[in-house]
Design a protein around this ligand. Sequence first.
Ligand code: FAD
Length: 563
Amino acid sequence: MLEIKMPVIPGNKPNIVGKIDYSVGDKVDKDQVIFSVETAKGNRQIKSKEAGIIKEILVEEGNEVKANEVLVIVEEIGSEEETIKQENNIPEKKVLEVEINEKEISKDLLVIGAGPGGYVAAIYAAKRGLDVALIEKNSLGGTCLNVGCIPTKSLVQTADYFEALKSMNKFGIELNSGFEIDMKKVQARKNEVVSTLVSGIDFLLKKNNIQLISGNAEFVDNETVKVNETIIKAKNIVIATGSVPATLNVKGGDLPGVMDSTDALSLEEIPDSLTIIGGGVIGLEFAFIYNSFGSRVKLIEYQNYLLPMFDMEVAEEIRMIAEERGIQVLTSSKVQEISETVEGDLIVSFEKDGKMLSTVSNKILMATGRKANTEGLGLENTSMNVNEKSGNILVNEFKQTNVEHIYAIGDVSSNLKLAHLASHEGMVAVDHILGEKRELSEKNIPSVVYTNPELAIVGYSEEELKEKNIEYKSSRFDFVANGKALTMNQNRGFVKVLADKNGKLLGCSIIGPDASSLISSLTIALANNISVEELTHTVFAHPTTAEVIHEACLDFIGRGVHQ
Ligand code: FAD
């Protein structure tokens, strides 16, 4: 017999037994988590050291347990008693195979899709006491972890280090032996970062007793969801099925060499030339990555400026920087067709200013946006309303659909397709399920573009304020006068603050070093009604890039010191 004891955990907090899903007679595998105990050092999993049958559970949920106390007794498989039982053909209970064998599952909450919307909603709900199941048909982490935010930022980091190396002599560092990109290693590192994060989610789901079911979820009706042969009924359902690339429907769009963002993340060779169709966030990030790696990059955008959702002054600045770095930017250009040369290169034909033009490159990246992913979800078997144009599932401010117990969060329901928004919407939905009404204003959601330098915005852009006839004043401070930026050799860009005449913040834009981090302090100010004047009374550490925020706010009230 194997005695499983409470380990010694330093700290004064009592050790409290969590939810126990197993009973006496159940079979457990080696290293199987039987339950968790909340301790001073977080949740500690109580595992069986060997495969066996649970003979006794000596504690109950909510009990306080002391160090070295025996919690569970397991009879190891292969022990004398077990052999006798097997010889007598005593049937075993198969609770561990619940995911595949259980025909009908009933839960407080069912979450469909394990991207940053779904997995966060599932964990948050479990922490708040709900019994949760999560269905995922691919890999944990969804688009963001597997083919979105994280892998792109891994490539961005390589590109940024590579760029920094090119200017090392400015810092007094001579790199005599040269340096180059090894794409196989770049890919291996990217994959390692992704798999570390994916296994982290797996751990968190187990720790929080969330039942993970793999397979495609399909609604049978408003109350029932089917995965393979398993039927799941839940008091509430959160749909978090994300988005898929929205490809341009042009002739030749399916030729080999025409990539979407997922393909562009996995290239093992740097293309000599790359044409990117779409000058939005994803297109621009890839333009800077492959430009750094040495590709000749052309960016074709249908609108007459890049990043249509951003403040135009910031979008114009990044266009200028992109062009200085050798990225050819073609705006107001409508792609008509893609064809192939005899050598296998790709020709993009597009219309600009009434003329037909074309460009030839080794590869093409279609970065023309993303659309809600509802394929195979069986929405036609429900009475849920969908926006016919965008395909988004329609929701109210609490992310609730027209079917009261079904919610839709993240890319599948939002126009703004961002990972942090998806996660927050998940929490808003779970709070609403539990009777708490928490609204989330899209105007307080920051957006970042990981170009070099980075761009970040929160709130209104100047163009939006003009369009809405909202009165505003603006102020700006440039990184060129910031000491820290100069030490970093990254003095391009500025911060721009928009506020009403009383100093109530309306919107902020940053282009420059650390923009992705700096936007957080302005987001806190905007979301909590901290005025421009109050920001001027806040002390920012020196020397930091954050001092540009202080200076822009000082300038807003006519007291700018450094300009
Ligand atoms: P997803 O992450 O798409 O997850 C949905 C999950 O549902 C998927 O795992 C899918 O397999 C699963 N699923 C779908 N249908 C079913 C079904 N019927 N049954 C079971 N499972 C199903 N956002 C940022 O905030 N910052 C960034 O830097 C950033 N960079 C990006 C870079 C790229 C190249 C791309 C493509 C996107 C990027 N995004 C970024 C956007 C971000 O990835 C998404 O906004 C985010 O992943 C949305 O989360 P979600 O949970 O709504 O959906």
